[in-house]
Write a protein that binds this ligand. Structure first.
Ligand code: ZN
Length: 228
């Protein structure tokens, strides 16, 4: 992990952000030790995927920053840039922070559809889908044990990893909705949009929740962003 001391990069040329609209976090920030523990867990878990392509995976962080922001890019290294506000989302936890990092690593390792062929960065919807279908279940056992909500435990038939995933999906997509002054996404109100072309940019918060739930359940990618 490298410490990053840069101003927030607002360039519209970087497509692989966690959300389009950087806002300052309102939640309680995870302690620095916890933040670094989780970053290290990601480096350990996913470095082999970069090394398989003779590359390095590097996380660059600025814990002090309160921007809810992170992004991924493929430069001389596979890089994930993480601002401290990502660890302070409203109703956040180690789980929501890890979900943000899963989205970013999803840009690097999530596979097709890619935004651009030359750098093989997955589009936003695919980063969410891979986050839920592949990454989160690998990372969760390395996080502090957390009691899932009763409603998610019911939905998941008392399987706690599933229930913690649902809790994290709901909390993070609620934050995305707040960023855009939209109503919070709900499990029972899926986005009915059917795209006619693949969506490269961030889907609606509801579509993102639907995508994460589909990933968790190994269901097809929703048509609110994906074009089969
Ligand atoms: Zn993204």
């Amino acid at each position: 992990m490298k410490r990053l001391f840069l101003l927030l990069i607002l360039s519209t040329q970087i497509h692989a952000r966690v959300d389009e609209m950087p806002v300052r976090a309102q939640g309680e920030k995870l302690p620095r030790k916890t933040f670094e523990k989780i970053i290290n867990l990601f480096e350990t878990t996913f470095s082999p995927l970069s090394r398989a392509n003779n590359r390095e995976l590097v996380f660059m962080t600025d814990y002090e920053s309160d921007w809810i922001q992170a992004f991924a890019r493929r430069w001389e290294e596979d890089q994930v840039i993480v601002y401290g506000g990502a660890a302070a989302v409203t109703n956040g936890s180690e789980d929501t922070f890890a979900l943000i990092l899963c989205h970013e690593t999803g840009h690097l390792f999530g596979g097709r559809p890619w935004g651009e062929d030359f750098n093989k960065l997955s589009v936003e919807g695919q980063a969410d889908y891979w986050a839920a279908s592949e990454c989160f279940r690998k990372i969760l056992p390395g996080l502090s044990v957390r009691q899932a909500s009763a409603s998610s435990m019911t939905l998941c038939k008392s399987e706690s990893m599933c229930a913690r995933s649902v809790d994290a999906f709901l909390a993070l997509t609620a934050q995305f909705a707040d960023n855009r002054s939209l109503p919070h996404p709900k499990l029972e109100t899926p986005d009915e949009t059917v795209v006619s072309t693949l969506q490269f940019t961030h889907p609606s918060p509801q579509c993102r929740l639907d995508t994460m739930m589909a990933g968790l359940r190994n269901l097809p990618r929703p048509l609110c962003w994906f074009l089969p």
